[in-house]
Write a protein that binds this ligand. Structure first.
Ligand code: NAP
Length: 317
């Protein structure tokens, strides 16, 4: 049986499956391991089931024992792993696509609704029993007829588009490559970010964090948005320059933000905490029982497939 280090506690049924599949080392107290602890604990192991909280940078990867052949990431994103360093060391990296698309798209829609309909302010006011209804009380932005710009219309972006369309939104998107008509579902393609932003009454960021997308939403690009646009991010915090977005909120260039992900999570920029127009969640995208189970099972299957066949369909490097 292969020896696998599992860096974070998984749901019970998934740990049971892992026990049947490998000789697994679990993290019963769900301790947040340091990089050096991951290296130390991986001694004698054949692979590691990592999570987005494990920063597997080049230095950490280079220190891993030569016996490690796979890093199976418990996420579709893999910005926490230096893919090139892993490749150089002959380590395969895998992810968990598809199984988390629906749950994450649901949160993507919640961010849009929460930001547009002033949910944070509404929740606060409802808790203070003194709120007073009036015709113009907490008026928000209606989604019907609003243009939704999707930055990164892949699996999650397409699902958000489908739901948003049913709410009456008009869909625009930007990817590096245009989708087939079937996948576009009537959405309008923009081959550059500036054109997409200029028609985005609401922006939904759904692309991966990469060298190309880091700080893509910044002081300069925010200016391409229509005045009073709403910015939501269900993908990764690294794509947004926080100071620029908070400044845009303060001067009402941006009407509201809906965020699930942040730079330096969980230590998000305090500027968001103070802002009443910020609808913020603690990285809940894939957090349903069904999805977390499916993700962990897929991460386990990826390791199993790799050691049985020498290949894995979810290899990303
Ligand atoms: P996906 O199917 O690979 O879609 C990514 C999309 O982004 C593709 O359409 C891709 O199109 C586009 N893209 C990539 N690089 C781009 C660039 N430089 N400029 C413009 N567009 C670019 O991935 P997915 O499954 O939808 O997941 C998307 C991301 O969501 C993940 O990477 C992850 O970080 C995040 N996520 C977050 C949560 C959460 O808990 N909040 C949960 C799951 C996933 P082209 O290749 O044509 O450019």
């Amino acid at each position: 049986m292969k020896k696998i280090l599992i860096t974070r506690k998984l749901l019970k049924t998934c740990e049971e499956k892992a026990s049947k599949t490998f000789q697994a080392t679990f993290n019963d107290n769900d301790e947040l391991y340091s990089q050096s602890k991951v290296v130390e604990m991986s001694n004698g192991c054949d692979g590691i089931l990592t999570s987005l909280t494990d920063k597997m940078d080049a230095d950490t990867i280079n220190k891993l024992p030569d016996s490690i052949k796979i890093l199976s990431n418990f996420a579709v994103g893999f910005g926490n792993i230096d893919l090139d360093a892993a490749k150089k060391k002959g380590i395969v990296v895998t992810n968990t696509p598809d199984v988390l698309t629906d749950a994450t798209a649901e949160i993507g829609i919640l961010l849009i609704l929460g930001a547009c309909r002033r949910a944070s302010e509404g929740i606060e006011s409802a808790k203070e029993s003194g709120w007073k209804w009036s015709a113009d009380y907490l008026i928000g932005k209606q989604l019907t007829g609003a243009r939704l710009g999707i930055l990164g219309m892949g699996r999650i972006g397409q699902k958000i588009a489908k739901i948003a369309k049913s709410l009456g939104m008009i869909i625009h998107y930007h990817n590096r490559s245009k989708l087939s008509e079937e996948k576009e579902q009537g959405a309008t393609y923009h081959d550059n970010l500036k054109d997409l932003l200029s028609v985005s009454d609401v922006l939904s960021i759904c692309c991966p964090a990469s060298k190309e997308t880091i700080d893509m939403i910044n002081k300069e690009t925010i200016e391409y948005l229509p005045k009073g646009a709403v910015v939501t991010n269900v993908a990764r915090g690294d794509i947004v320059e926080d100071e620029a977005l908070i400044d845009a909120l303060n001067r009402r260039k941006v009407y509201a933000v809906g965020l699930d992900v942040y730079k330096n999570e969980p230590n998000l920029n305090p500027g968001y905490l103070k802002h009443k127009s910020a609808f913020i969640l603690p990285h809940l995208g894939s957090a349903t029982k069904e999805t977390r189970t499916a993700m962990a099972n897929l991460a386990i299957d990826n390791i199993d497939e790799f050691f049985k066949t020498g290949k894995c369909k979810n290899k990303v490097n």
